[in-house]
Design a protein around this ligand. Structure first.
Ligand SMILES: Nc1nc2c(ncn2[C@@H]2O[C@H](COP(=O)(O)OP(=O)(O)O)[C@@H](O)[C@H]2O)c(=O)[nH]1
Ligand SMILES: [Mg+2]
Length: 375
């Protein structure tokens, strides 16, 4: 499958660069960062001291974003559920249920989702104590996970929702949230519930002791868990386009296409269009200013038109490459990128495309397959 080839190509480059940095004297890069090593050790030492571990993963890669520091008493959170395909997420939740893991999909930016997550934590904490201790104890819950999966965003949301629903006074604390991995530098506690008191510990990211395989690395890169500095953005964006072009996502954007709109007008002869009605429809078709939303629609339409009019075989790597090259050229126009050198223009296009993908505006995906021995 061409997608796998694109992923592996990206994964191999990243792996090779990480390995090179690991063996170099320059102490930089995630797997060679003494801070990361120390914080992973500090988190591991805390595990036996806390009441519950919340293992935060990225719902787009429920398997590839798992961390190695697992314990018996943990729940799995598939965060960023808003970015994942809903039907596939349900399949993953069923899988976790079958393997007797308590799991839930969460969107850290959605209050209702956070309320449900908080209730789950409260129920799990409640199970840990004897009934005669009811409400008179303090429990500690530690969030652990790879970089950028949303531990700090969840901490803030739980802290805010928990304190407000308990009508507690006092200043709210704020954990640093960032699109760049590795921002949280220490373990901090935030109160999220009273009667019983529950504190959540936000932690720096942990990384597996060994550099993962190339398939996992490519997905960590695409979802933003390990930062873009390890490889040129263009290669990562090409990998995204390969995934997009092999999925059914583009079909959802058919109605944005001007070709499809023409067909719509031709088929609407039975509809009585007044001059005003026609003007309104045409207005919708041709946006007159270029807001961010219009831009997103233009990108979606371009992706739809390039894939649907492509008559090559996208399962073949070379032909997929040709399609992707044509998409870069078309997107350069959509993003209004004009640079002297084509290479520079493509870097800008890649950055913009990745930003749209990572914020969920180019569809919902789950990049991992279920472990094979299950289904
Ligand atoms: N769409 C979406 N973005 C999220 C969610 N949770 C976190 N993020 C974003 O993911 C990035 C990393 O979040 P952060 O909490 O700093 O991750 P941490 O490194 O695990 O603490 C930030 O840009 C957040 O705004 C979520 O549920 N949905
Ligand atoms: Mg953080």
């Amino acid at each position: 499958m061409a997608t796998t080839q694109f992923g592996r190509r990206v994964g191999r480059i990243v792996k090779e660069r990480i390995e090179r940095r690991k063996s170099s004297v320059i102490r930089e890069g995630l797997w060679n960062d003494p801070f990361m090593v120390a914080s992973t050790r500090a988190i591991a030492e805390r595990i036996p001291l806390v009441d519950l571990i919340v293992h935060v993963t990225d719902a787009r890669i429920p398997f590839s974003s798992q961390c190695h520091l697992l314990t018996h008493n943990h729940i799995i959170v598939l965060n960023k559920a808003d970015l994942a395909s809903r039907s596939s997420l349900q399949v993953w939740m069923d899988y976790f249920r079958e393997t007797n893991c308590v799991s839930c999909g969460v969107d850290a930016h959605n209050k209702e989702s956070i309320r449900q997550f908080l209730s789950l934590i409260q129920r799990q904490v409640g199970k840990l104590r004897r009934t005669d201790q009811a409400n008179k104890y303090t429990a500690t819950v530690m969030l652990i996970g790879l970089p950028n999966v949303g531990k700090s965003a969840l901490t803030n949301a739980l802290h805010h929702v928990g304190r407000i629903s308990a009508a507690e006074k006092g200043k709210l604390k704020h954990a640093t949230v960032s699109p760049e991995p590795g921002e949280t530098k220490d373990i901090r506690s935030y109160k999220i519930a009273s009667h019983p008191n529950i504190y959540v510990l936000d932690t720096p990211a942990v990384l597996p002791p060994e550099v993962p395989d190339v398939d996992v690395l490519s997905k960590l890169l695409l979802t933003g868990a390990i930062g873009d500095c390890l490889i040129e953005r263009k290669e990562t964006a090409e990998y995204f386009l390969a995934i997009h072009n092999s999925s059914d996502q583009y079909k959802k954007w058919a109605k944005l296409s001007s070709k499809e709109n023409d067909i719509f007008f031709l088929n609407s002869t039975t509809e009585c269009l007044t001059t005003h009605g026609l003007q309104m429809k045409q207005k919708k078709k041709i946006p007159n200013d270029h807001t961010q939303d219009d831009m997103v629609q233009d990108v979606r339409r371009t992706l739809y038109e390039t894939v649907s009019s492509f008559d090559g075989n996208i399962r073949c790597e070379v032909e997929m490459e040709a399609l992707i090259a044509s998409q870069f050229t078309a997107l350069q126009e959509v993003f209004h990128v004009s640079t002297e050198r084509e290479e520079d223009a493509h870097v800008v296009v890649a950055g913009k495309l990745l930003n749209l993908f990572r914020t969920g505006r180019l569809g919902h995906y789950i990049l991992d397959n279920l472990p094979r021995n299950i289904h």
